[in-house]
Design a protein around this ligand. Structure first.
Ligand SMILES: C[S@@+](CC[C@H](N)C(=O)[O-])C[C@H]1O[C@@H](n2cnc3c(N)ncnc32)[C@H](O)[C@@H]1O
Length: 319
């Protein structure tokens, strides 16, 4: 039989154990407190909030709400592997399907063991899956990471690369860093201030620094970095969602090529602030012609139950 808890505004049904929560009974002390709070709110205009902290460590939903049933996890991982396979094929990468199945399983364990449990504005579970599998398939011997923040993506990169791979991690501030990789050298500067020597290296660059992606693309063309991941690769339709978008993003360059925007400037609002974009100079650039494939990571909410944190793409250059 259903039970109703008007204070929690929840209906308790017989189909599950409601996280072992019991409906508040009508004579409990909390009802008196709730009534008192309601009285204060309505008559005096004071809102009282009482929080009980069972665990002070802050955790994202990824680490507090997830599936634990083996059958469901196996089914989910099979679906994820299929999507990853389809995605990698679109990018013309070579791999064995059985390896992708293995990487997906490995990734889930790596993710759960993350030393950083509050991911903030960076990568989440969905983006990390592609990052992990792409690195496994490409198997670089040098990874450039520009935009480290707490070090969550460094942790994923470190877990995915082979033991002889080195990381070069760039950020203009390491104030928030929580994880450091033993395979990495850290540089507190923009990569263009002292570009590394990349000769004879199989490089993958991960650009997540909210800096012009056109500049980063130019850097990769100049340094022959074939494999590039661009996070926050937002188009003209959705870049208002980012408080500091990497203008122009790779998607915007394609939007311009496809003449989605023809004017030379326009405005938009993000978090209550007005921005203006100037396109004249961008339209004259032709770096986009060096791109062989450009594929956005798909949305995985229907399979993982986690919303995508950002819009990331894999860009493979012609040479
Ligand atoms: C979104 S965070 C990176 C998140 C991280 N990749 C993750 O998902 O775990 C962006 C970072 O870019 C850094 N940043 C800003 N300008 C930069 C630049 N010119 N070069 C390198 N990093 C930069 C910021 O300091 C910030 O830590």
């Amino acid at each position: 039989m259903n039970k109703f808890d008007q204070f929690r505004k929840k209906t308790f049904t017989p189909f599950w154990n409601n996280f072992n929560t019991k409906p508040k009974s009508s004579n409990s002390i909390s009802i008196i407190i709730q009534s008192f709070k309601k009285f204060l709110r309505k008559n005096i205009g004071i809102k009282i909030k009482i929080n009980t902290y069972k665990n002070l460590e802050k955790k994202d939903e990824f680490f507090s709400s997830y599936q634990i049933d083996k059958n469901i996890i196996n089914y989910r991982n099979k679906l994820l592997a299929k999507i990853v396979v389809k995605y990698l094929r679109k990018s013309n990468l070579n791999f064995k399907i059985k390896d992708i199945n293995k990487y997906v399983g490995e990734y889930c364990e790596v993710f759960q063991k993350s030393p950083i449990k509050e991911l903030g504005s960076g990568f989440g579970f969905n983006e990390g899956l592609f990052l992990y599998c792409i690195i496994k398939v490409i198997n670089p011997n040098l990874v450039i990471e520009s935009g480290v923040m707490k070090g969550f993506t460094t942790y994923l990169i470190d877990s995915a690369v082979s033991n002889n791979c080195k990381l070069k991690c760039y950020d203009i501030s390491f104030e928030n860093i929580e994880y450091k990789s033993k395979k990495a050298n850290y540089f507190q500067q923009d990569i263009n201030q002292d570009p590394p020597n990349l000769k004879n290296k199989k490089v993958l660059a991960f650009w997540d620094d909210h800096t012009s992606q056109l500049d980063r693309l130019e850097f990769s063309i100049k340094n022959k970095i074939k494999f590039n991941l661009f996070d926050d690769d937002l188009s003209f339709l959705n870049f208002h969602s980012d408080g500091w978008p990497p203008i122009p993003s790779i998607s915007m360059l394609f939007d311009l090529k496809n003449k989605i925007i023809t004017k030379n400037s326009f405005e938009w609002i993000s978090r209550g602030r007005k921005g203006e974009i100037w396109l004249e100079k961008i339209k004259k650039r032709n770096e986009i012609n060096q791109i062989k494939t450009h594929n956005l990571f798909p949305n995985l909410f229907n399979i993982t139950g986690f919303k995508n944190h950002s819009q990331c793409s894999l860009v493979i250059l012609k040479k």
